[in-house]
Structure formats: structure tokens, C-alpha cells
Design a protein around this ligand. Structure first.
Ligand code: GDP
Ligand code: MG
Length: 370
């Protein structure tokens, strides 16, 4: 890589070469004014003088898309749909998520379903579906504000005894803005006063028109509480999923989004990642939002240790240097050094963005020929 001599750096920093030499001596390096300094040494000295180095060369390249594998069409294979459950408070989102999970998750393991990693997969007729276990609105707002799009299909839960409410409308708007197909789950059909026709009538106002009425929105009547209608819903989800022709390349370097993350006392930063393309492996070098690291351990939604995770699979990982945010995107690099470089640059940028008064000098400026 490029180098600068002590003298050149001194000129850039408006210092005497002797001052630089003195700093280097303090750092245990004997240098002359013609000594070549590498990136790290330059940064160290700048730091000593309170000048922050902005690694513009690397920052420009931090756009993930530049590093993402170009999908070879031949490598694309079907992947499970990622489903988000949305709807007004108390209309039954959590109950539905639990019901789906209980219907399909293999029973028999000690302790049953204890793991909560923010997302889970179920198998239906030998085909998988991935459910985001986070409140739909939060998933959409926090993720979309970061440019992440994780949902393939939205299930809109509407209580048959309550009808369309403000958050129902909000949910519709989120799903429409994201151009995600909506399946309507008319819930609480067991309740007295359940009126599915009214729900359908009200939803026509939002262009969600049932097939019977000449539209193309799928409506499923159910009672999540009693585990009724779950199979029909899963069947419909599979149908829509097929129509969407969701594909990914399992051979690519993994790319995806953080579903949730936290600092665990014992394990350090823990993040649930949804792999959206490629396959994530233990010991992969990964940049996540403004942090980075190497995947140390990986656990699936059943709490089992796994070595790899394919497209549309949620996994919980450890091994990151810091806690990322929900909605942050992650990308694996084949080259660990590159991963570290990009990771550090993003971290640096993040720190700079959260500070106000700092002297900045770019490496480009520093290396510019005098
Ligand atoms: P959320 O706020 O959308 O997550 O709603 P919850 O899943 O917490 O459900 C709110 C309330 O409705 C709870 O007391 C549930 O037990 C109840 N509930 C959910 N689904 C049904 C259903 O199908 N039938 C009846 N009768 N109650 C239900
Ligand atoms: Mg809930």
C-alpha cells in the first residue's frame, strides 16, 4: 500500500519533522525524516496530534452492494418465504405466532419450546416458512428506515368481533409501501359477535378485496386461540410464496439483516440474524452494521448448535465486537483482512457521525503528492 515519509507527513500536519520523530521515539520507533510510514503508523501519529484520520478510500467502498456476490442465475434456488404478522393490538398476533409454532415445531425435546431468537421456521408439507417473531410494525419501521427489506409476505390479523382499527390501517400502509403481498387472517371467529363479512366490507376500502367479491386478496377465517384455521393459513402462505418465486444463491457469501441484538453478560454481543442470501458459516468474517467480528457460535431457532445457515434461516450468533441494531445489514467477506478494514471503517464512521467537533483530514489528502 501507499506510504508517506516522516517529512511528508510533517508537512501535511503543519509540524516539524523533528516533532514527528520525537513522537515516534515515544512509541519506541527510531526514525529519520526520510523514513517511510505505513497506514497504521500514519494513523497513530495523527492520533497523537489529535487529528482524526478519515479513511475515505475504505469508506467509499463500504457500500455493501459492491461486495455482495453477483448472483449467478444458475445458482439460484428456491428459498422459504419470510412472513411478518401484523395487525391491531389485541387482535391476536402473539396468539397466532404461538399457535403456528406449537402446531408445527417438533415436540419431544426436553423443555419443549424455550428458545426465543426473534424468528422461527416451521415445516409444512415438507416446505419451510420463516416467521418473524417481532411485532410487525416495529419490524417494518425500524428495518425499512435502514433500507432493509426482510418480509416477503404480511399476514394481517383482524379480529372478527372488532373489525378494522387504526393499527390495522397502519399495517396495511406499511405492507403496501414495502410492496409485500397481504393475506388477511380474520381471527377470533369463535367469539360471539364475530362478523367476518363486516371485516371484508371494511377492508374493501383499502383495496383488499376477497376473491369471492372479484378481488385477489386471500382471506382465512380462524380462531388462533383454539388453533383453528392454522393449517389453511399455512397452505395459503405456501401458495403465495410459490407465486412470488422467491430465490437465493446458497453458495454466495452470506448477506442479511439483524432481527434483534443484545449484550449478554456471559456471551458478549448476541445477534439474531436472518440470512437473506448465501450461507452463513461458523468462523465467517462478518461486518454487521457498524461493527464486525467472526461468527464464534451459531444457534438455530430450536436452540441447537449449527455450523451453517442457508437463505431465509434465522440464527443467533456470537463473536461480534459490539452490539448491532435491529435492521442493520450484515455481509460476510471471504477475506478476513478486508472484513476487518471495512468493519473498522464503518465503526469509525459511526463514531464520527455521533461526534460533532472533530478535526478531519482524509488519508487521500495525506497521501496527495506534494
Ligand atoms: P396481540 O396484541 O395482537 O398480540 O394479541 P394477543 O395475541 O395478545 O391476543 C389478545 C387477546 O385475544 C388475548 O387474550 C388472547 O387470548 C385473545 N385471543 C387471541 N386469539 C383469539 C381467538 O381466536 N379467539 C378468542 N376468543 N380469543 C383470542
Ligand atoms: Mg402481542
Amino acid at each position: 500500500s501507499e506510504t508517506l515519509t516522516v517529512e511528508e507527513l510533517a508537512a501535511k500536519l503543519n509540524k516539524e519533522a523533528s516533532e514527528i520523530i520525537k513522537k515516534l521515539m515515544f512509541l519506541g520507533v527510531m526514525a529519520t525524516k526520510n523514513q517511510d510510514l505505513d497506514d497504521d503508523a500514519v494513523e497513530l501519529i495523527c492520533d497523537e496530534f489529535g487529528v482524526e484520520v478519515e479513511k475515505e478510500i475504505i469508506l467509499e467502498d463500504t457500500d455493501f452492494d459492491k461486495y455482495r456476490d453477483q448472483d449467478d442465475k444458475a445458482e439460484l434456488v428456491e428459498r422459504p418465504a419470510v412472513v411478518t404478522i401484523m395487525g391491531h393490538v389485541d387482535h391476536g398476533k402473539t396468539t397466532l405466532l404461538d399457535a403456528i409454532r406449537h402446531t408445527k415445531v417438533t415436540e419431544g425435546e426436553a423443555g419443549g419450546i424455550t428458545q426465543h431468537i426473534g424468528a422461527y421456521q416451521v415445516e409444512n408439507d415438507g416446505r419451510k416458512l420463516t416467521f418473524l417473531d417481532t411485532p410487525g410494525h416495529a419490524a417494518f419501521t425500524s428495518m425499512r428506515s435502514r433500507g432493509a427489506q426482510v418480509t416477503d409476505i404480511a399476514v394481517l390479523v383482524v379480529a372478527a368481533d372488532d373489525g378494522v382499527m387504526p393499527q390495522t390501517v397502519e399495517a396495511i400502509n406499511h405492507a403496501k409501501a414495502a410492496e409485500v403481498p397481504i393475506i388477511v387472517a380474520v381471527n377470533k371467529m369463535d367469539k360471539e359477535g364475530a362478523n367476518p363479512d363486516r371485516v371484508m366490507q371494511e377492508l374493501t376500502e383499502y383495496e383488499l378485496i376477497p376473491e369471492d367479491w372479484g378481488g385477489n386478496t386471500i382471506f382465512v377465517n380462524m380462531a388462533a386461540f383454539k388453533h383453528e384455521g392454522i393449517d389453511s393459513l399455512l397452505e395459503m402462505l405456501q401458495l403465495v410464496s410459490e407465486m412470488e418465486e422467491l430465490k437465493a444463491n446458497p453458495k454466495a457469501n452470506a448477506f442479511g439483516t439483524v432481527i434483534e441484538a443484545e449484550l449478554d453478560k456471559g456471551r458478549g454481543p448476541v445477534a439474531t440474524l436472518l440470512v437473506q442470501n448465501g450461507t452463513l458459516h461458523v468462523s465467517d468474517s462478518v461486518v454487521v452494521g457498524s461493527t464486525f467480528g467472526r461468527v464464534r457460535t451459531m444457534v438455530n431457532d430450536e436452540g441447537k448448535r449449527v455450523q451453517s445457515a442457508e437463505p431465509s434461516t434465522p440464527v443467533e450468533i456470537t463473536g461480534l465486537n459490539d452490539v448491532p441494531q435491529a435492521g442493520d445489514q450484515f455481509l460476510v467477506f471471504s477475506d478476513e483482512k478486508k472484513s476487518r478494514q471495512v468493519g473498522e471503517a464503518r465503526q469509525q464512521k459511526h463514531i464520527q457521525e455521533t461526534r460533532s467537533e472533530t478535526t478531519k483530514v482524509s488519508v487521500d489528502d495525506l497521501f496527495e503528492q506534494i
